[in-house]
Design a protein. Structure first.
Length: 464
């Protein structure tokens, strides 16, 4: 796995000697794409072959020492048995770490094999193969997953990583005992289970390079160096549990089945952060995600990505994908942090007024509305001002409970249903408001609201 022709790879240090980091992408010596498609394909294939090698054939890759990090040879290799509640789907933390290139053994009872469980080594699941990524600061693919297809499964990853047991949806096997051999202890604080004294005196000092903080609603994976001096994980996790609970509350989610996850990474597949499972963010956030002084000031980006995980397509029409997720950021600022919901400069009072005035002065268009998330967010903000958060909660819950046949089938239907359902929930005809903002709705939808009094915000649209 060394530099191939499709990349510009620094080959020597300033002193002229070969640099070990030049044989793989790193923060200090990134690899830049040069565009030779055939060679790139060969390189990609070589890494994927490495990641598909039988566990017994895996050896540590030199890039592992750079990222995700080395494991000391003297760190004890342990055998532990953990309980896994299969009623909770997705990744289960184990507090263990597989050293790069070293075999671990996972044992489950033979009658659990039908449950289609798996062991995952590594939390950095983002793959960086996209042609939109012009340079790499880490190897593009560094996690592995092995199906637990027999009573005993051997697994290994050339790059190492935290060990997880993956549980599929609707597994239904109850609580299972899972034994893992030849792994290294990793810092893991579990809210409601880990004692603070044990955390301070032993757990946070465990040798693995990556740690986890596990709340009831959110689990965070971050470098161990960022938690070595963390005195009180409880208050951090309680805070994040409140954030996720608030977003659940706004969305009308009443049956959370598993926690969300944040993973910090040197390089991710898209954007500065992105949503999904797990939510991914860059390493520069590692000092904020578990630090109460920073958290108490609010973090729009974290709430925004959680908002993506909560938004639903039924009430998010085209152009609103980067808009309705921000309702959750606003809600967290107001309800959890006790701050103004306008926690981002893009929705400040001055910016809001300037954006509206510019939009309406030149006549505005739905195309423009869709192209500017903070412009589009203003009309939602006006609804919050007029009708409160409970109106959104009521409408979101209504969508949640819709039978399949009643759900919108097209973007036109999404806009119509949002107009009609929000109008009915508030007892006001919002048709003129939607028309003023140039949000298209059908004549039939607007006609259906004629029995309600029309509503518009005061001094709207702005004229100066």
């Amino acid at each position: 796995m060394i530099g191939c022709s499709p990349f510009v790879v620094p080959a020597a240090t300033s002193a002229g000697a070969p640099d070990a980091l030049a044989t793989f992408p790193s923060q200090r010596l990134p690899w830049k794409r040069a565009g030779a498609t055939n060679d790139f394909a060969a390189y990609q294939q070589s890494i994927r072959q490495l990641m598909a090698a039988p566990a017994e054939a895996v050896r540590a890759h030199p890039a592992a020492a750079d990222f995700p990090g080395p494991v000391a040879s003297e760190a004890p290799r342990l055998t532990r048995t953990i309980s896994v509640d299969t009623a909770i789907p997705r990744w289960h933390s184990t507090g263990l770490y597989a050293a790069p290139g070293e075999l671990i053994t996972v044992t489950i009872s033979s009658n659990a094999v039908a449950g289609k469980l798996a062991v995952r080594i590594g939390c950095h699941r983002d793959q960086l193969w996209s042609e939109a990524i012009n340079a790499w600061t880490r190897v593009p693919e560094i996690t592995r997953r092995f199906a637990l297809a027999g009573g005993i499964t051997k697994a290994a990853n050339a790059f190492g990583g935290p060990v997880f047991i993956e549980v599929p949806d609707h597994c239904g096997l109850g609580v299972l005992a899972v034994t893992i051999e030849n792994a290294v202890a990793a810092p893991l604080f579990e809210l409601g289970q880990t004692g603070l004294a044990q955390w301070k005196n032993e757990i946070r000092l465990r040798p693995a390079p990556w740690a986890e903080l596990a709340g009831h609603n959110l689990i965070i994976s971050l470098p161990s160096k960022n938690i070595r001096d963390l005195e009180n994980p409880e208050e951090v996790l309680q805070y994040w549990d409140r954030i996720v609970a608030a977003e659940d509350d706004l969305a009308g989610l009443t049956n959370r089945r598993s926690p969300e996850r944040f993973v910090l990474d040197r390089q991710i597949s898209a954007g500065y952060m992105h949503s999904g499972y797990p939510i991914m963010a860059h390493l520069d956030q590692a000092g904020r995600v578990a630090e109460m002084t920073a958290l108490s000031q609010g973090n729009w980006g974290f709430y925004h990505e959680l908002g993506h995980n909560h938004q639903r397509p039924d009430w998010t029409f085209a152009g609103a994908g980067e808009v309705t997720c921000n309702l959750f950021s606003m809600y967290c600022f107001a309800k959890v942090c006790g701050l103004s919901r306008h926690g981002h400069g893009g929705i400040s009072a001055a910016k809001r007024q300037a954006n509206m005035l510019a939009y309406f002065t030149k006549g505005g268009s739905f195309t423009e509305w869709k192209s500017d998330p903070f412009l589009a967010l203003i009309c939602y903000d006006q609804l919050i001002e007029a009708f409160g958060w409970d109106s959104f909660q009521k409408v979101f819950a209504e969508y949640r409970d819709l039978p399949k046949l009643a759900r919108p089938k097209s973007d036109d239907e999404k806009r119509d249903q949002w107009l009609v359902r929000f109008s009915r929930a508030t007892g006001r005809n919002l048709g003129p408001f939607f028309e003023a903002w140039r949000i298209p709705t059908s004549a039939a939808a607007r006609e259906s609201l004629k029995d309600l009094p029309a509503w518009m915000p005061t001094d709207f649209p702005p004229t100066k």
